[in-house]
Design a binder for this molecule. Sequence first.
Ligand SMILES: Nc1ncnc2c1ncn2[C@@H]1O[C@H](COP(=O)(O)OP(=O)(O)OP(=O)(O)O)[C@@H](O)[C@H]1O
Ligand SMILES: [Mg+2]
Length: 313
Amino acid sequence: MARNFFTMMKSTAPSATEPSTAERTVAPPPPSMKQDAAAGVGVHLDPTLEAVRHDFTEEVEMALELRDVSAFYGSFQAIDRITLPVPRNRVTALIGPSGCGKSTLLRCFNRMNDLIPGARITGRIDFGGRNLVDPNVDAVEVRRRIGMVFQKPNPFPKSIYENVAFGARINGYSGDMDRLVEDSLRRAALWDEVKDELDKSGLALSGGQQQRLCIGRAIAVQPEIILMDEPASALDPVATLKIEDLMRELAEDYTIVVVTHNMQQAGRVSDYTAFLLAGEERVGRLVEFGPTQDIFTNPLDQRTEDYITGRYG
Ligand SMILES: Nc1ncnc2c1ncn2[C@@H]1O[C@H](COP(=O)(O)OP(=O)(O)OP(=O)(O)O)[C@@H](O)[C@H]1O
Ligand SMILES: [Mg+2]
């Protein structure tokens, strides 16, 4: 079923007179759009155009399926009708210039936007057969199952041990806590560095260690999906590579969605890439989605190519 996601989308397309996705993907963008994109300013995004979607090249299930997800802050629309699959046990990168709505979209995935006064989401996000945008769905439960790691490491001002144990305890974990802390820190590739000083404050760790502690903390509540918003942008290159290695390892057991500004990083860590762009009206839209290798070696939309080759953004 999962494999047929795009086929399904095509079959439910509103108008039979519209060109098929395949036809659209081969049509070159109009010359004016090419010039605009290359200039990096005044890009006009036609809201009626669907994003370019590359075919899946593997059998993969979906952890999440977004359909027409829009997000608003008061009367300002930040993202417009984003339809996107998030493959299970894979790393999906969200890329695009600053302000195109990557963080907004990521926060939709676990109802984090609920915490921002005036923020509102429309559309559907299918997660295990339920629409997690539905207000009747318990946002706290959604956030336990879909964890988040932020750009700036934010350990609690508590011991390393408590940082990991805290969320699990609040969630009613009644198993062997020492074991859970050790397992979580091992999975976060931090255990060997901290096993003899678990009572030390989490804030006394280096930035890279703090970020891995936050990943350990996210893992401890046994989520299915981990969202990461530029998790390595505040870190040095060595710490960054550790986080990247960790993401690859974690993808064996979890679904990861990562926002990154770093194209090399997106290329190294992700299996799938979604490119977002906001036009002059500042409304973010999905431009292209597909296997990372395809997006990077054969982008079908000029604007994607311009972005990944560093021409704007
Ligand atoms: N809390 C908020 N209230 C009002 N507007 C917001 C809020 N957060 C974001 N926005 C607006 O929504 C749009 C998308 O912002 P968002 O932070 O999602 O972009 P981004 O792609 O993550 O950017 P960056 O790469 O700089 O982190 C921007 O125009 C931004 O100004
Ligand atoms: Mg952001």
